[in-house]
Design a protein around this ligand. Structure first.
Ligand code: ZN
Length: 98
């Protein structure tokens, strides 16, 4: 999704008002209904992680995806999100399945 300043502000408000901060871990846990990590924002079906990243940090390069360094699904704390090369993340996934 292309983010201008207005959309960024809307997205930040949207994310902050729909998540609950967990003081122990620092995670912000997404509270709203989710469909495999996809949410509806401004009438568009978007990936929650990608929306958070773009709103708080900036555009995501084509060869990267957003992952959680805290490994908590549904965490939307931008500080816990990082970019991974698609290729490297596939390896990570393989490792996790072993
Ligand atoms: Zn987290």
């Amino acid at each position: 999704m292309k983010m201008n300043n207005k959309k960024c502000t809307l997205a930040k408000d949207f994310i902050e008002s729909n998540s609950i901060p967990i003081p122990e871990s620092g995670c912000w846990i997404w509270e709203a209904c989710e469909d495999h990590g996809r949410i509806s924002f401004l009438g568009q079906n978007v990936l929650l992680d990608s929306l958070v990243f773009e709103a708080f940090k900036g555009p995501i390069p084509n060869d990267k995806i957003v992952t959680h360094q805290c490994h908590v699904d549904g965490c939307v704390n931008p500080v816990h999100l990082r970019l991974l090369n698609i290729r490297i993340n596939k390896k990570d996934k393989v490792k996790q399945h072993l």
